[in-house]
Design a protein around this ligand. Sequence first.
Ligand code: NAD
Length: 433
Amino acid sequence: MKPITYKVEADILTHDKNPYQIVKELLRDSIKELNLSENIYHILKKPMRVLEVSLPVRMDSGEIRNFTGYRSQHLDVLGPTKGGIRFHPGVNCDEVKALSIWMSLKSAILDLPLGGGKGGVIVDPAELSERELEELSRTYIRKITPIIGPQKDIPAPDVNTNPQVMGWMVDEYDKLRGYNIPGMLTGKPIVIGGSQGRLEATGRGVVITIREAAKVTGINLRGATAALQGFGNVGSMTAKFLDELGVKVVAVSDVHGAIYAQEGLNIPELLSFVNAGNRITEYTKAQTIPNEDLFGLPVDIFVPAAIENQINEYTAPVIQAKIVAEAANGPTTPDGNKILEKKGVFIIPDILCNAGGVTVSYFEWVQNEMNYYWKEKEVNQKLEERMVESFYQVLTMRENNQINMRKAAYMVGLKRIVEALKARGWVKRTDFS
Ligand code: NAD
């Protein structure tokens, strides 16, 4: 039986929208909906600090290549800024700024005492040797050292960075400072101060929000079907926890291609296969399909867990899922969002859906500061509480104001940020109408 119901053009995967413009529009709209003045928007629309760094690295060939990196710190009124570091050829200054604003909102929604930050380097790490990657990671941290630290700005992993990269980075920072400061960064290997449960945290949080969304929409997860775009840290862990809940994950993809099995993929087996260094497209117990065919599959749940702008005016029309869980940051463009809404899709917005990562990163930072470490069960319990509470705060905001989940999430986050601005005297009573 042919699994694909619609076909979209392959070039949609390069479709682009500026995420900084998108986040600013959403901020402005949500500020208006909260009856706050434009003055609040003027404070929030720009990150408080953006650093661009040059990263010369001697390649194995002897040649020096000079990479470009960024670090954006959006706002620290709730606490030190915090957010991941992305290594990707598509990184640019506006993307990093947008991601830092989303981090501010995410931390505020989860009620974490943190602001938003984000970093990135323009590079395709697949083209680097391990030594070159280590050199680049260490150089990046040296260059941003003046503006980071456990009380200032705390990086973490994001696309194409992992615990090993975090290990090199924390080591470089410790060498510069002369002593160990594990709380300067999160997502570290557990042996040098990482938290139990951090590796799984984003996917675990995504699935908690899907579970709650299924209750709201009346979907029985046992036997429901899902397709996931991206099978890195977030996508693979989301697949694992969906599978544990009895959801049939029928398709997954990565940058090289997608695989499909109508009866459901054997996720534990696929995870072992990928962890052994194989590509998902080499897995023979499923059919390979073009990446763009993933969008139109007849599934209950669709999870974008790769990069921005994947659900847009071209792909949204073919999506059949009842729940779209935004595990990635900024996966849906405003046009894509409108189309999904018209179809009545329940969208779990990124700043809520993937906030499990920053939540357990916060727990890691707390444990580092105390130098006392929790068991995995305790970490997961605390994550569960925070995610469920935040999910229902956003849902209540949605219901009270008859708005969509995305705007409701922005409003929950904004309310906390604005309270902090008020407490610090940045805004006056006249800024609240
Ligand atoms: P990762 O590098 O571990 O994985 C990214 C995956 O996406 C890979 O499988 C890659 O092959 C795939 N991919 C990239 N481009 C693709 C394309 N065009 N089509 C299909 N697949 C594609 O990164 P990650 O940490 O899993 O992050 C994924 C998303 O989740 C990002 O948007 C990131 O910002 C967001 N996020 C990550 C965390 C975290 O804790 N790592 C937390 C919150 C949000």
